[in-house]
Design a binder for this molecule. Structure first.
Ligand code: GLU
Length: 296
């Protein structure tokens, strides 16, 4: 399960996508990719195996530079299919729908069989490609993008954090999550989606954390969120206190080295002496709080 970043902005989004991917590197990954909608509403995609640096080189080497104001990007940690260019995200269906995905679509074999019968051709070995084809099929039946996504996610078993674009609906990104984290970033120059707030810290500190089953429509000037039952909902906007530098490599050579040297600081953040009457020592592990009796 790896990284997603995307957004709808009023200027070229490529630098923001690359910055986001670089900030997601600390999570580990085997390949990366991005896609934008060009001025003529066609997809322009780049994918590379290995470091995000390889993707940057891939973009720099092109004579026709990729640019666009709407885009999505991904760092992949392969679960289905080798780490290759063809399996790297984003995946595209019929030049109409593009998808990046974190997680696993467990029933993809069955969905894939049906889509092959419908005439869809598969270009990757991933579980993710069925998502793109399913949405394309729903759009062809006459639905708009958000209705299509709301409709097809009901057929997915497993986990997903999804960011989706369509050349037929060029002013928006749809985000959907189940069992995989996803948040929205509210900026002054646009609105964003990411799997981790680190990816967007250079752009905004205002985040909305999507809840299980939420589907969101992200446009330049507004965001709409629908819950599992399709009701339009308000989710709280959180002002993040995390600083971008907290996830930089800093002066360390690599993230593992940083992690090793920061262990004393991390442990002291986890442990604090309680002011509880029983003088217990509290260990804060995020979600669960384990209370141990102080040994005297
Ligand atoms: N299951 C997908 C794949 O193998 C997504 C992996 C991920 O979360 O990076 O392509």
């Amino acid at each position: 399960m790896c990284g997603i970043v995307g957004g709808v902005t009023n200027s070229n989004i490529i630098p923001l996508l690359l910055e986001g991917l670089n900030r997601l590197e600390y999570r580990g990954y085997d390949s990366s990719g991005l896609i934008v909608l060009s001025e003529t509403n066609t997809f322009d995609r780049a994918r590379s195996v290995g470091k995000v640096k390889n993707l940057e080189n891939n973009l720099n080497e092109r004579s026709n530079k990729i640019k666009g104001n709407i885009g999505i990007a991904h760092t992949r940690w392969a679960t289905h299919g080798e780490p290759t260019n063809l399996n790297a995200h984003p995946h595209i269906s019929k030049n109409s729908v593009s998808v990046v995905h974190n997680g696993i679509i467990e029933n993809y074999v069955e969905l894939k069989k049906n889509q092959i019968k419908m005439g869809y051709k598969f270009k990757s070995e991933t579980d993710t490609e069925v998502v793109a084809h399913a949405i394309d099929h729903a759009i062809k039946s006459g639905k708009n993008l958000i209705d299509s996504v709301q409709d097809v996610v009901k057929s997915f078993q497993g986990s997903y954090g999804l960011a989706i674009m369509s050349s037929k609906f060029p002013n928006q990104i749809i985000a959907a999550r189940k069992g995989s984290p996803l948040l929205l970033g509210i900026g002054t120059n646009g609105n964003y989606v990411a799997s981790d707030q680190m990816a967007l810290l250079s752009e905004t500190k205002k985040f909305i954390f999507l809840e299980e089953g939420d589907v969101a429509e992200i446009k330049l000037d507004k965001i709409k969120i629908f819950d599992l039952d399709g009701n339009l909902v308000d989710r709280p906007v959180i002002n993040s206190k995390i600083k971008a530098g907290q996830v930089d490599k800093g002066n360390y050579d690599h993230f593992m080295q940083k992690e090793i040297f920061e262990q004393p600081q991390a442990i002291s953040c986890l442990l604090y002496t309680s002011d509880a009457a029983d003088d217990s020592l509290r260990v804060d592990l995020g979600g669960r709080r384990i209370i141990k009796k102080r040994v005297t």
